[in-house]
Design a protein around this ligand. Structure first.
Ligand code: FMN
Length: 172
């Protein structure tokens, strides 16, 4: 949590689903759990959530952070993977790769119902835009899976997070 939303001092769990946004303790109908992170003064710093997609070997699952103020992704943490040691498993610790996600552009389109630019992985050395992920050389498939899962999750979740921003800022 504190790896994907830098500076977080506290956390409140919410469920986003058919009932809208509810504190996790009050949610009946189910939905997707999101973790709102606040600084020591109680200001919303970002929201963490899970995403998953199939990599080279098997499903990869991550926790990642989103900052509604900059409309950007602020970090990822690999929770589960079976990628090849020395190749795909670098998605979890390669510093250059992880730098992609420190301020990854995730601005919403004017209609506020999806991303202005799809988050995509490009071959190593070919990143030209702030919404692109520079792949790990020799592990493009694993890298693409990370970009794909963030794109899929973000297209759905970021518009909803923005819609409920006042409640998330208020902390419940
Ligand atoms: C035994 C074996 C294991 C591999 N494991 C991975 C992996 O975990 N992740 C991955 O992206 N590519 C893996 N690859 C390489 C992919 O087949 C592919 O070549 C690579 O993702 C392409 O990246 P590149 O375009 O940077 O060379 C593996 C290849 C072999 C032969």
């Amino acid at each position: 949590m504190f790896r994907v939303v830098p500076g977080a001092a506290s956390r409140k769990d919410f469920v986003l689903g058919a009932e809208g946004l509810l504190p996790a303790a009050e949610a009946q109908a189910g939905g997707e759990t999101i973790y709102a992170a606040y600084d020591a003064q109680g200001a919303l710093l970002g929201v963490a959530m899970e995403a998953a997609a199939t990599g080279y070997q098997d499903v990869i699952r991550i926790l990642y952070g989103y900052n509604p103020a900059c409309e950007c992704v602020t970090g990822i943490k690999v929770l589960k993977m079976a990628e090849t040691p020395g190749l795909g498993d670098k998605i979890a610790f390669d510093p250059e790769f992880l730098k992609n996600f420190e301020a990854l552009d995730a601005r919403l389109a004017p209609g506020r119902d999806g991303l202005l630019n799809e988050i995509v992985a490009v071959k190593h050395g070919n990143k030209t835009a702030p919404w692109q992920v520079d792949s790990i050389s020799g592990a493009t498939i694993s890298s693409k899976a990370i970009a794909r899962m963030i794109n899929q999750s973000g297209q759905r979740m970021f518009p909803l997070i923005m819609r409920h921003l006042d409640r998330l800022r208020a902390g419940g």
